[in-house]
Design a protein around this ligand. Structure first.
Ligand code: ADP
Length: 439
């Protein structure tokens, strides 16, 4: 480069020297020098123009123009830079097309949108599962293509720990599980999984439990009825039968409670028991449940207190809410030793309405808390015989809260009592003038 440069300088000086000499020959050396300089300037401008055209033209060839001297050096360096850049670009392009090929072969739909939901890219499965069209949907707002309010709320909430389940907008028989991840500048990567088979199996399971429970209810009612009559006439029974009949009566009433809970749970889960949107006087409802809880406590003499700080009615299904609140308050009595305290509090703030059922009972090891709302899950299986629970109470609470757009929070520790908190969104509270409330 250095060698080329000095050669180029020598050439330029020689050229200008030659024109000066010719000028000298004609008696005008200054004109000769001027002609030489102008010629050099002209040539430089031509090279600059070639460079400019090469850079500015979008259809520019990959190779920069050729030249000599300093301009040749500049063009060569630019050529090298350009070749490196093209190689990197090619590598990147082949990587992107490999990623696209692999995501295209995925059975799950993959969609990329910007922060506002403008569709940027999606794979073939997304077209199949959600009905997107490659040529017309690019640049569209995803909410125009997936018109589900639940999806809109899920997209906006930015809390993507749990997936969302919806029916496909294009093929309603396909049940989809959508999971969003954030990347880049709040852009979204949406993965859509076809969970139709699982959904149908789950539906079948629920229907099966619901049907079996219904079928068992009638014969069990007959058996319990006869057993109750036998218990009432216990004095007339031979002593060796008396104990057996009492045990049978106790077990059959446990089974009845179990079947009642199973039927209720299956109704709540299947949505058959659709949420009634009646305004409910929660204070009155809780007072009634606490009365029943005092009867349940009887000689165990728990101190059951109730504190209502918000008197606006709550929109919801009174039967479902009664069942959920009773389960929590009766559990607090069942799992609190005699003389313990149970406090029931109903409050509201800017985040919504909250019911807290706190007790000073045996508490729960925190390792069990995440699984407590599963059907038949018991933190201490040895105790359930004493308490006579069905193991379905908290599953019912969870599903009732889901039906009311709420959620359950549990704080507990062994020996330190428990606090079960039900959260409801603000929109469920009815302003006072909206009408009378029911229980
Ligand atoms: P169960 O009919 O057994 O009470 P639940 O679904 O109502 O079933 O409760 C599940 C388990 O959670 C119970 O078996 C018990 O171990 C635990 N549990 C529920 N409430 C309380 C409470 N207030 N204090 C301690 N443990 C509780």
């Amino acid at each position: 480069m250095q060698h080329n440069w000095s050669r180029y300088l020598r050439l330029v000086l020689a050229g200008i020297g030659a024109t000066t000499l010719i000028g000298f020959y004609f008696g005008e050396p200054l004109y000769g020098l001027l002609v030489g300089l102008i010629a050099y300037l002209w040539w430089t401008l031509i090279q600059a123009r070639r460079l400019y055209q090469w850079l500015a033209n979008p259809d520019t060839p990959d190779e920069a123009p050729q030249s000599i001297g300093m301009w040749g050096g500049i063009f060569d360096s630019l050529n090298k830079l350009n070749q490196n850049h093209l190689k990197k670009q090619e590598k990147l392009r082949s990587r992107i097309s490999r990623v696209q090929e692999s995501t295209n072969s995925m059975r799950d739909g993959v969609i990329m949108t910007d922060a506002k939901g403008v569709m940027e890219w999606w794979n073939g499965s997304a077209e199949h599962l959600l009905g997107f069209r490659r040529h017309t949907d690019r640049g569209q707002d995803i909410h125009n293509l997936i018109r589900s309010p639940a999806f809109k709320a899920y997209f906006k909430a930015r809390d993507y720990q749990e997936p969302l389940e919806i029916n496909s907008p294009a093929k309603p028989h396909i049940h989809l599980q959508l999971q969003i991840s954030l990347f880049g500048d709040n852009d979204r990567l949406i993965v859509a999984k076809d969970v139709t088979r699982l959904f149908q199996l789950e539906q079948m399971r629920r229907d099966f439990i619901g049907n079996v429970s219904h079928e068992m209810r009638t014969p069990l009612t007959v058996i319990s009825g006869y057993l109750e009559t036998l218990v009432d006439h216990g004095d007339e029974l031979p002593p060796k039968w008396r104990r057996a009949v009492n045990t049978m009566a106790a077990q059959s009433s446990r089974m009845e409670a179990l079947i009642t809970d199973l039927i209720l749970l299956s109704k709540i889960e299947t949505g058959e028991h659709t949420v009634d949107e009646t305004p409910i006087d929660v204070g009155l409802l809780l007072n009634q449940i606490c009365q029943d809880a005092r009867v349940l406590s009887s000689d165990k003499k728990h101190q059951i207190s109730i504190n209502i700080t918000d008197h606006r009615p709550l929109r919801g299904d009174s039967r479902q809410l009664r069942s959920a609140f009773s389960n929590l308050i009766f559990n607090a009595v069942k799992y609190t030793p005699a003389g313990g305290e149970v406090s029931v509090t109903w409050t509201a703030n800017q985040y919504g309405a909250h019911l807290s059922v706190r007790d000073t009972g045996i508490g729960i090891d925190p390792v069990h808390i995440p699984r407590l709302t599963e059907r038949f899950y018991r933190a201490d299986p040895s105790r359930h015989k004493e308490t006579g629970g069905t193991g379905l109470g908290l599953a019912i609470v969870k599903h009732v809260l889901i039906n009311h757009d709420g959620n359950l929070e549990i704080h507990s520790n062994i020996g330190a009592g428990s606090d079960f908190i039900c959260h409801f969104p603000c929109e469920r509270l009815v302003e006072a003038e909206a009408g009378h409330s029911a229980v």
